[in-house]
Write a protein that binds this ligand. Structure first.
Ligand code: ATP
Length: 233
């Protein structure tokens, strides 16, 4: 569904990705793990076309999107939940969801909204609450809900567990598992390697702009190098 082939990405003269190849197949959860500064966010942003790859290719459902404008990529069945959630804090839960369905008709928005409330009853309860007054976990649910409003075939999540308490992290990962049940392909970027690999069908380890390892989630969890570097031995 998503293929990166030998992607190099630069910020000015600095190369942040040094020839990265990643594949995410339809219906999978694929996790990308790596330390701070490994290039995880850069990889996701390269998929979204900002910055664009300086060489190599990105394909979405067989279409070459390497040089497509971000707006058109975002309209082709991908939704992204950015790091730090970035909900509109002055808007209510409902208004935030409507922002996510911006390109859809009113009837479609209503249908998607009902579906998001089925997945996240907590958001329904807080429909008229301003997003900025909600807990970190609720804001993360809202960020995921908002991404679902565009009815994506694939959702990309950038460190959804960041800054959340363990019990809330557990809930967020359960929700991500549910997305796969709904047939949505998930590309998950995480520093929380244990949770991310436990949930994933397959995983990639990114180190200083290069893929060092890729395997099934279970094999990576059992890999001694991964255990030492990312799972505390
Ligand atoms: P983190 O987990 O801390 O978010 P990351 O794995 O997502 O890290 P990136 O944010 O992709 O890593 O950063 C990869 C490298 O690219 C780092 O060396 C970073 O300093 C550099 N970088 C990221 N964004 C920019 C930018 N806008 N301009 C210049 N360099 C950047």
């Amino acid at each position: 569904m998503l293929v990166l082939e030998n992607v190099h990405t630069h910020y000015g003269k600095i190369e942040a990705l040094h020839g990265v190849s990643v594949e995410v197949n339809q219906g999978e959860i694929v996790s990308l793990i790596g330390a701070n500064g490994a290039g995880k966010t850069t990889l996701l942003m390269t998929v979204c076309g900002s910055p664009q790859a300086s060489s190599g290719s990105v394909f979405l459902e067989g279409r070459d999107i390497t040089h497509a404008p971000t707006a058109s990529i975002m309209r082709s069945g991908i939704a992204i939940v950015p790091e730090g959630r970035r909900v509109f804090s002055g808007l209510t839960v409902e208004e935030n969801l409507h922002m996510g369905g911006f390109f859809n008709s009113k009837a479609e928005i209503r249908k998607s909204q009902d579906h998001v409330y089925e997945l996240f009853p907590r958001l329904k309860e807080r429909e008229q609450q301003r997003a900025g007054t909600m807990s970190g976990g609720e804001q993360q649910m809202l960020a995921i809900g908002r991404a679902l409003m565009s009815k994506p075939r694939m959702i990309i999540l950038d460190e959804p567990s960041l800054g959340l308490a363990p019990i809330v992290i557990q809930q967020i990962f359960e929700i991500i598992g549910q997305l796969r049940e709904e047939g949505i392909t998930v590309f998950l970027v995480e520093q929380n390697a244990h949770q991310a690999l436990s949930l994933a069908d397959r995983g990639y380890v990114l180190e200083t702009g290069r893929i060092r390892l890729h395997d099934t989630g279970a094999n990576l969890l059992a890999n001694p190098d991964v255990r030492n570097a990312y799972l505390g031995g």
